[in-house]
Design a protein around this ligand. Sequence first.
Ligand SMILES: Nc1ncnc2c1ncn2[C@@H]1O[C@H](COP(=O)(O)OP(=O)(O)O)[C@@H](O)[C@H]1O
Ligand SMILES: [Mg+2]
Length: 386
Amino acid sequence: MENGESLRLKLLIVDDEPGMREGAARCLRNLSFKETDFPEKITFDIYMAETGQAALKEISENSPDIVLLDYKLPDMNGLEVLQNCDSSGFLTIVITAFASLDVAITATRKGAFDFLAKPFSPDELREAVKKAAKNIFMSRKVRQLQEEKSRIRFEFVSVLAHELKSPLAAIEGYLHLIDERVKGDELASYDSMIKRSVDRIASMRKLINDILDLTRLESGKKKRLIEKIDPGETALYVYEGLALKAQERKIKFELLYPEKFAFGADRGEMETLFSNLLSNAVKYNREGGEIKLKIEKKGDFMEISCSDTGIGISREDQKRLFGEFVRIKNEHTRNIEGSGLGLSILKKLASLYGGEIKVSSEYGKGSIFIVTLKEQAAAVQNASAA
Ligand SMILES: Nc1ncnc2c1ncn2[C@@H]1O[C@H](COP(=O)(O)OP(=O)(O)O)[C@@H](O)[C@H]1O
Ligand SMILES: [Mg+2]
């Protein structure tokens, strides 16, 4: 199933009548099916047993996926077969000589998946087997998704732990050096160590805040307050917090906001969005560079484009940019701090707003990030505003 090509299931037929076994095998041997919701083709490998004992042997040796189990066997009944093995690995279709409600009830209690009452037509048999096969297919898919989910989670936590460990180790190192007075008793001698420690703590705090943003977005549990905001005003408010850093490096900022408009969105989310876009445009810019932020209404959508004259991103790196913890390593970025989560947060935000984020960039020249967002309807409408 992993390669998405075909799924082969092992089917065990247990019946003491040779005619029944052969008939069932004949009708199922060439059964293969494919439905629109299953890209995989499902086919069967068939095994047979004529007694309860033989069935138990087959089950333990061949671990079938589906067992077609006659209730009345010479040495024991079908339920006894189920009781004497680990039946959790397969689905059982119990075959009864007549539609016996008692048998059906007990067999269901023992975990049988389905029933067929003799006599049954080849089509009825095929349908019952198909139903079981579909069930197996679906539960395997669910398990695969769960495994994938826990793998991703594990990776995320591993990277996170690593990202938190390195600044901690650095700070611990500086504190030991200070503790041992390696530079003598003059407090000023330790200024650079203290400054570097404070910087590392600030970037840890940024990382923790980014993680919180990301998990809040992912959980979908965060309370959102959709209100009409003025996106241009919000962008300017966010930029104020970055202006000092930009001025230090003589970076110019221009807001292109041709027409003022109101947009239904969560204010906190919009601040996070502008902050992630603009902080990158400042951080990855060059001395004396420029940032242009353009905000426009396009129907139900708002388009935000943020262009900078910074270090740019190579075509190769553009592909992986939006992944979690991705930071591009080159001579320009070596001394820039960051969590590598900003763009994955932006991507999640864009999809939360039914939009997307795109980048185009040239290494060494600059980048432009374009985000589109669909206006959100307020949860509680103000009737008098109409
Ligand atoms: N405007 C930009 N110009 C050049 N590189 C950028 C820009 N924005 C992001 N990057 C690259 O993408 C990486 C991921 O960005 P982001 O997810 O915001 O993480 P962070 O800024 O914390 O490193 C950055 O480390 C940087 O290498
Ligand atoms: Mg960033």
